[in-house]
Design a binder for this molecule. Structure first.
Ligand code: FE2
Length: 574
């Protein structure tokens, strides 16, 4: 019969952390603690605030150790190979979605809100229109579709007065016009999303904690300990601050730790005195390169293990001692936010130098926000040398709509003792046909370094409407260009043939581009690759043409290793 008066405010306090609750929230919390309703019935922001401040704790965590205990226990622990960790940036109720975090994290959250909502609406309209045209067997009516999309966008924007603060829109007989009058006002130096939800999942158990984005570097230092590193001052500091203990408690509560002594062993150094280098494919576009003394990773992308896999993906800890990380571009399947949590954070990290403009990707700033302490932007032709003769040169990256949206990528040429390996990533000719082949850059590299024995690269031939390149494309491109044909890595067979011929390559390894599915047996994989490549030249056909040109081509498979000896042809080891 009695209830708290609706005007009551309650203050829940533990140590220095406190959360203010309304009467309704207090009642909801009470019902939840009594077990009458599930915790999922609490508003997620409230639950996150209570959990982060240590005011509520899962029952299993009641006796959770404090920061001092964690510092003592961490060296004996490792992350379970089956643990999935994922990050989601948030600003209050706005989630960073629809665009790569290295773009969106530094934009005013309201910009991300508007762009991702508009993008989702336009995307579903395009799919509908395209399907209806296909069903009736008529060509996509560009002008009518342009008008429809612009009408949808105009109506949505007109219902969103908040967006007027930074966006201007108008309509005339030529269509919809969008402009951001003061681009500097939407662009932030530091992460604009102050919170980060971290989800830990193991089997069917999944829990989430929200930590300040500013706590991520500290958390990174803690994860480095779980890779087998020492508990340094940064990790100790992090364990006293907000976030790290909450995330560790979260992992422990779902059984996400194993004893360090039971962690799978590191991958052995694959290169010997007779090899110039070896390149091991670890799924998607992730390549591990070993020289005699060094180990580097290109586009490292980590996948949690799964009992259904044929071979288990390596954990961050299994990658062992890494000397440097190289990222080709900022797309989430190459610069993968979830993987960044557990990769080593104290080694040099090389990324493409930033472009300019408000919609530019900022891989360097993003990596720093994720806790990487030594981030080094590279420009084409710059070279990173290691002391056993291994060197990595930055090579220009074309295509994947980098010119349309204004971002920089890099391909990499790894060399040692006159032997060369090109990591061509998702590069391709761009919409104007420009590429490292057409520009003469590849020819000049080969003249300087000698033949490039092997190439890792995409065989993708994908196109999309420009507006579907990402939520940022909705605002970055004029509406009249939304339905332009944009390539998202289009490597026609003729281009691949030119590429391998100019290189003088003997091996071409196709990137798999299907994420963790690649660890499943072929018969268990989804239809993703089959459907996405519906209109493409089949891989068998490309393989045949490459082989007529004297190049052995194969789809890269996990743990497949390419040995490049000091002399003689490269050897592919399954
Ligand atoms: Fe990409």
């Amino acid at each position: 019969v009695w209830a708290l008066h609706p005007d009551v405010l309650a203050l829940l306090q533990r140590g220095e952390r406190a959360v203010r609750l309304t009467a309704a929230q207090m009642t909801a919390l009470h019902e939840c603690l009594r077990g009458d309703v599930p915790v999922s019935s609490l508003a997620p922001e409230l639950f996150a605030a209570l959990f982060e401040s240590g005011l509520v704790t899962p029952k299993a965590l009641e006796a959770a150790p404090d920061a001092r205990d964690w510092a003592a226990r961490l060296p004996d622990l490792a992350l379970s190979p089956f643990l999935r960790l994922s990050v989601q940036f948030r600003s209050g109720r706005i989630r960073l979605r629809g665009m790569d975090p290295s773009v969106g994290l530094f934009l005013d959250p309201d910009v991300v809100r508007v762009a991702s909502a508009l993008s989702a609406r336009l995307d579903s309209a395009i799919r509908r229109v395209a399907r209806d045209c296909a069903v009736r067997g008529i060509a996509f009516p560009r002008a009518r579709a342009d008008a429809l999309l612009q009408e949808i966008a105009f109506r949505r924007l007109d219902n969103d007065p908040r967006a007027r603060a930074w966006l201007e829109w108008s309509r005339d007989e030529r269509g919809l016009h969008l402009s951001v009058p003061r681009p500097e006002a939407i662009d932030r130096k530091d992460p604009a999303f102050a919170e980060c939800s971290i989800t830990a999942k193991l089997g069917r158990r999944s829990r989430q904690a929200t930590v300040p984005t500013a706590a991520l570097p500290g958390l990174a230092a803690v994860f480095d300990v779980l890779r087998g590193g020492p508990v340094g001052p940064a990790a100790e500091r992090a364990l006293r601050g907000p976030g790290a203990a909450a995330v560790l408690g979260l992992i422990e509560s779902i059984g996400g730790f194993i004893a360090a002594s039971e962690a799978p062993p590191s991958l052995a150094q694959a290169a010997s005195a007779e090899t110039a280098m070896t390149a091991t494919h670890l799924g998607h576009a992730h390549v591990l390169i070993d020289s005699e003394k060094h180990r580097i990773l290109v586009d490292p992308y980590l996948h949690p293990g799964d009992a259904a896999f044929e071979r288990q993906p390596p954990t961050a800890r299994q990658l062992g001692r890494i000397d440097a990380l190289f990222f080709t571009h900022h797309h989430d399947d190459h610069l993968n936010a979830d993987s960044l949590l557990t990769l080593p954070h104290d080694v040099p990290v090389y990324v493409p130098a930033e472009a300019t403009g408000p919609w530019r990707a900022r891989p360097g700033d993003f990596l720093r926000a994720m806790g990487f302490v030594d981030v080094r932007p590279l420009r084409p032709r710059e070279r990173v040398a290691f002391d056993d003769g291994l060197a990595v040169e930055a090579v220009p990256f074309y295509g994947e709509s980098s010119a349309t949206l204004g971002w920089n990528g890099l391909c990499y040429l790894a060399s040692r003792g006159g032997r060369n390996l090109l990591l061509h990533a998702d590069s391709s000719p761009d919409v104007q046909g420009r590429s490292i082949v057409s520009s003469g850059e590849l020819r000049r590299i080969v003249e300087r370094t000698g033949p490039i024995e092997a190439v890792f690269g995409s065989w993708w031939q994908e196109h999309t409407f420009a507006v579907q390149l990402g939520a940022d494309a909705v605002l970055a491109l004029p509406p009249s260009r939304w339905l332009e044909d944009a390539e998202t890595c289009d490597c026609p067979t003729g281009y691949l043939l030119d590429l391998v011929r100019l290189c003088g390559a003997r091996e071409f390894l196709y990137y798999a581009e299907s994420g963790e599915e690649l660890f499943l047996a072929e018969r268990k994989r989804s239809d993703y690759l089959r459907t996405v490549s519906f209109l493409w030249t089949p891989r068998e056909e490309i393989t045949r043409l490459l082989s007529e040109a004297g190049v052995h081509a194969a789809a890269a498979a996990p743990y497949q290793r390419l040995e490049i000896p000091r002399t003689g042809p490269p050897k592919l080891i399954p």
